[in-house]
Ligand binder design. Structure first.
Ligand SMILES: [Cu+2]
Length: 185
């Protein structure tokens, strides 16, 4: 009796230590939030594996046609403002586009340091030296929109944002976001 009770206590201590070890990478604020959120330690958020990057051609400053690509602002960065890699969501999926270091201008408007957003859905390859295609996988936001809502089938999908110029041609160098994978319930 005494021995089995002791074994059970040891088991609890071991489990607690495992939990502590597993959480060591998380900061105190996050742990605090988790405790208050009532999340069981066993359900601690695993960091999602990074999504494989898109295959993209090396950007050239000038296209074969002689078109001079629009220069990206130094430090320009496009990102998902409301989604992260590994997120589980329901359709329709709201996507908010974040852009730092550059401005948004509608398609057709030539203005230095600007471009318009494109959402790439399940796109594996991008040609950085041509106008982006316009289809279900390459969505253009040529009115200057900074968010959208997309209907996606259940399952996993990759999303990526890319900014392009007034002619839908990516800047030089390319301004493209992290490629993320989301799961639609
Ligand atoms: Cu476009």
């Amino acid at each position: 009796m005494t021995i089995s009770l002791r074994a059970a206590q040891l088991g609890l201590v071991a489990a607690a230590m495992l939990v502590l070890t597993g959480c060591a990478r998380h900061n105190h604020a996050a742990m605090h939030a988790m405790h208050h959120g009532g999340m069981h330690h066993g359900a601690m958020m695993a960091k999602a594996a990074p999504t494989a990057p898109v295959s993209i051609t090396a950007s050239t400053p000038t296209l074969a046609s002689g078109y001079q690509k629009v220069a990206a602002a130094p430090e320009a960065r496009v990102y998902f403002a409301n989604l992260r890699n590994g997120a589980t969501v329901t359709s329709p999926v709201k996507v908010v586009f974040g852009l730092a270091g550059m401005g948004v201008a509608p398609a057709g408007v030539e203005k230095a340091g600007t471009g318009h957003h494109h959402l790439l859905i399940d796109v594996a390859a991008v040609d950085a030296n041509a106008p982006l295609p316009a289809n279900d996988q390459f969505r253009h936001f040529g009115l200057g929109q900074t968010e959208t809502s997309v209907e996606l089938k259940p399952g996993t999908h990759t999303l990526q944002l890319i900014v392009a110029d007034q002619n839908h041609i990516p800047h030089h160098p390319v301004v493209i976001s992290e490629r993320i994978t989301i799961t639609v319930k």
